[in-house]
Ligand binder design. Structure first.
Ligand code: ATP
Ligand code: MG
Length: 507
């Protein structure tokens, strides 16, 4: 497929020359002198590169660039400018242009800058994404979290609306992780996943061709030694055809996901409590070490200041070295204690009902629900909140999974929301009629790595609580043996300025 370039310049002569030269270079070119037409063109399809004239009436190149970036955030833009306005060109780069070209074009400058832009952009974005995925791979063996980060990275690196990672479990395709907006129809995604696994290569299906109103679906098989273990599936909006670039990236990410699955298979054969026990010990030790370390850090800083005052340069140097080492130790400890805790929140306007429905959908695909009566009751008066949808999805998915695991295929699961306008909080209730918890289990349910399940990791509840706490909310559990379990998350819909006064503080 040809790469698409958009050219906007109000000088007809330059426009014509550029169109000719770019077409000769093998690009699919859309050239226009009208910024409005340029915006319409990016609404209609996706470009790999845009060349914009800086000085245009009434919309200058800079404003046009912003408009284009609203439509296609990662579109690399080259700003074209006459010699006199380098300063503005530099400003353009600061505001998000990839580079600038000075007019008249010097021989080969056009070709080399375009080549560099296309290559560097790929390299930069891939490297960044791979880094996140790589970190997730290195930092945890918990597959769901790794796949989660693969899905997220895929959505961020391609222009896909959503990404779902399917895994083959006992002959069934199960969605293990998803990112982006919830899919309008799971069946098409699943069908694409299974087709890709059958063929063993990435496949593309276009929604328009099938008469469906969805966009294009691309599925790449996840191949581990024994054969396909699942598939990574992306879906783009109807107007965005995935490019070669996207397909290559998808292949890259699917191999990362396959590694995650393989690692987990290896880990699973090891697990049997030993890994969990080690994890528990590591966090306990880290907690014990944290406070004395903070004290040590303080003393060293004092010592450093003191030695600096008495002008003992050698001593001060040594104290500085100790400080650096202590800081390093502190960060290692922080990393261990932060295990399972989400990082900062990325708040976006979020409606809870679709989010909870998606969690239910994901959970149902993973656990048997034939005999389970699933009841949802969402409070229609509850407005959208500014919440971290991704983290909350993780939290609620874990809680719903726990309920389904407790029900073992029979009983009732209720997911409900209740809004309180007076406090601006919503209470999400996840309730099951399962066997309930003993007092002992209840008192330890939130402990990292505490589990009563043969193949549990004991992370679900602590992940859920830390996500809710980060939102300045409160997660509570009530449970009775033989009756069932009710888990409630009370969440402020808007960020709370002073977390100390949040409804959940002190819990
Ligand atoms: N709805 C529930 N009904 C009964 N017991 C529950 C329920 N939810 C949690 N528990 C108990 O709390 C324990 C800890 O739950 P948690 O979700 O943290 O870990 P897990 O489910 O064992 O493993 P995983 O890491 O796979 O979630 C469970 O092992 C179980 O004993
Ligand atoms: Mg769990």
């Amino acid at each position: 497929m040809k790469q698409k370039v958009l050219v906007v310049d109000d000088d007809a002569a330059i426009l014509e020359v550029l169109e000719m030269r770019l077409t000769a270079m093998g690009f699919d070119v859309v050239a226009t002198s009208d910024p409005r037409k340029a915006l319409e063109a990016t609404d209609a399809s996706r470009f790999d590169l845009a060349l914009l004239d800086l000085r245009m009436e009434p919309t200058d190149g800079m404003r046009l660039m912003e408009g284009l970036h609203e439509r296609q955030p990662r579109l690399p833009v080259l700003i074209m400018t006459a010699h006199g306005t380098i300063q503005t060109a530099v400003e353009a780069v600061r505001r998000g242009a990839f580079d600038y070209l000075t007019k008249p074009f010097v021989r080969d400058e056009l070709r080399s800058k375009i080549a560099r832009t296309l290559a560097t952009r790929r390299w930069a974005r891939d490297r960044e994404r791979l880094l996140t995925v790589g970190q997730a791979l290195a930092s945890s063996g918990v597959m769901a979290r790794v796949l989660d980060s693969v899905a997220q990275a895929t959505v961020e690196a391609t222009d896909a609306d959503r990404c779902v990672v399917f895994q083959l479990e006992q002959g069934r395709l199960v969605p293990m992780a998803s990112a982006g907006s919830p899919p309008p129809a799971w069946a098409r995604l699943e069908a694409a996943a299974s087709a890709a696994m059958d063929k063993g290569i990435p496949i593309t299906t276009s929604g328009a061709a099938e008469g469906a109103d969805g966009g294009t679906i691309v599925a790449a098989p996840l191949v581990v030694q024994r054969g396909p273990a699942g598939a990574l599936v992306i879906e783009t909006a109807a107007r965005l055809e995935p490019g070669d670039d996207d397909l290559e990236l998808l292949a890259l990410f699917s191999s990362q996901a396959a590694i995650a699955i393989r690692n987990t298979h290896d880990l699973e054969s090891l697990k049997s409590g030993a890994v969990a026990a080690l994890g528990r010990m590591a966090t306990q030790v880290a907690h014990e070490v944290k406070n004395p370390l903070a004290g040590l850090r303080l003393y060293v800083r004092h010592l450093e200041q003191h030695l600096s005052k008495v002008e003992d340069a050698a001593g001060k140097d040594l104290a500085g070295k100790i400080a650096v080492t202590v800081d390093h130790l502190a960060s290692v400890v922080a990393e261990i204690t932060a295990f399972g805790r989400p990082p900062e929140l990325h708040r976006v306007p979020t409606a809870l009902p679709p989010l909870l429905d998606e969690c239910l959908e994901l959970a149902r695909a993973r656990r048997p629900t034939e005999g389970v009566d699933i009841v949802t009751a969402y409070d229609p008066s509850c407005p959208q909140g500014r919440l971290d949808a991704r983290e909350l999805k993780k939290a609620f998915l874990n809680l719903i999974l726990n309920a389904l695991e407790a029900l073992e295929g029979a009983g009732r699961l209720t997911v409900a929301t209740a809004y309180s306008a007076a406090t601006g909080t919503v209470t999400v209730t996840i309730e099951d009629t399962g066997p309930g918890m003993t007092e002992e289990t209840l008192s330890r349910a939130f402990d990292l790595f505490f589990t009563t399940k043969p193949d549990g990791t004991g992370l679900g509840m602590s992940i859920a609580r830390s996500v809710v706490n980060l939102h300045a909310g409160e997660l509570t559990v009530s449970s009775r043996v033989g009756e069932g379990t009710r888990v409630q998350a009370r969440l402020p819909l808007e960020p709370v300025a002073d977390p100390a006064r949040a409804p959940g503080a002190g819990a």
